[in-house]
Write a new protein. Structure first.
Length: 356
């Protein structure tokens, strides 16, 4: 029965159970419908499930997700809608498999004298108890990881507890068309699941709204920044909370921001400032991920700056994990010098106002 749950069939070389006289599922496949239309209300679309396409095991999860990706990657671009649709798709596929296995069992025991033969009744009860147990085991195994994909804005689609990088099984590239181009063949430049407008990299789309500095001499009176500049720098989702620091959450946001841009002309530099106190995630895993993903691809650099009077061991470890440098700044003067040194290294003009 376990093979029936996992594969939707029982291998033909598996012997029949003499006590229960169970037929091989392959012998009665024609009698059990293998396709089923289902309506995914989260995506407002009907799809046809083919039970023969699915293998429900941890190492085959990617194949099930890919079935969903093939159908929806070019039409669904919102990350939350995508996730809800995928979860509903998986639940529908699992329930369809359970339905077919239950039909398989009923087909095999329909000639048993369950009402008057205690042995048949016990055997039947045992089969359905086993089915119930395997259902629960399968549902527990197929909880999706809830972390963000390391390459885009979708959630990871591997089973929870996996030990590899967080991946979503897509191409990580937004397949929507540019909202500013007249043509429908110019693709968005951002990673999959991003917020804001879909903008291409082929044309220089400017904001064009009134400039807030129009009173200045030589002002062009129209904003010359990219049309989506407000969305690019929006950090409203990075909520400030009291009761301790969470370095892990902060560094995850860094990865999201780096993913939004094509770093061909610039080097992303992370300056992580703290007093060293962290009551939640220490950020070690997240810093390792940043260094692994971006140190070679776009020459990512990091600096950790410690200020105040605390224990800075964690900041030193973060700098080491990110292949960067730790700087101790006990006062505003040293902080000013630290920023000037970082800016000088990257040929950047900087002005820092020191306040008492």
């Amino acid at each position: 029965m376990r093979n029936a749950i996992i594969y939707g069939q029982v291998s033909s070389d598996v012997p029949k159970n003499k006590d229960f006289d169970l037929h091989i599922l392959g012998d009665i496949t024609r009698e059990i419908e293998v396709t089923k239309p289902v309506f995914l209300d989260t995506l407002n679309r009907e799809v046809t499930l083919n039970d023969q396409d699915f293998v429900f095991s941890d190492d085959s999860m990617c194949n099930i997700v890919l079935s969903f990706v093939v159908i929806f990657q070019q039409t669904v671009h919102n990350s939350q809608q995508w996730r809800k649709g995928l979860e509903q798709f998986l639940n529908e596929a699992l329930n369809f498999r359970f339905e077919r296995v239950e039909i398989w069992i009923n087909e095999n025991i329909k000639n048993w004298n369950v009402q008057s033969d205690p042995e048949c009744e016990d055997a039947s009860s045992m089969l359905f108890d086993q089915l119930k147990y395997l259902k629960l085991e399968c549902l527990r195994s197929f909880h999706l990881c809830n972390e963000q994909c390391s390459m885009c804005f979708l959630k990871c689609t591997q089973c929870i507890g996996h030990t590899t990088d967080h991946m979503c099984s897509t191409t990580h590239k937004c397949d929507a068309f540019c909202e500013c181009c007249d043509s429908d063949d110019v693709s968005c430049k951002y990673p999959f699941g991003h917020e804001g407008m879909h903008i291409c990299s082929e044309n220089n789309h400017r904001c064009g709204r009134g400039c807030q500095y129009e009173f200045v001499n030589n002002c062009l009176n129209e904003c010359q920044l990219p049309i989506d500049h407000e969305a690019q720098f929006q950090i409203s989702r990075l909520r400030l909370r009291g009761s301790g620091n969470n370095f892990g959450d902060a560094l995850k946001k860094v990865g999201q921001i780096i993913n939004r841009y094509q770093w061909t002309s610039y080097i992303p530099v992370l300056i992580f400032m703290s007093d060293g106190q962290c009551s939640h995630a220490n950020g070690h895993d997240e810093m390792k991920m940043l260094h692994s993903n971006y140190s070679r691809r776009c020459e990512f650099e990091c600096f950790t700056i410690g200020f105040g009077k605390s224990n800075f061991k964690n900041l030193q470890e973060l700098a080491s994990l990110g292949g960067g440098k730790y700087v101790r700044c006990p006062n505003d003067i040293s902080l000013k010098h630290a920023f000037e040194d970082i800016a000088a290294k990257h040929n950047t003009t900087v002005g820092v106002i020191a306040t008492k």
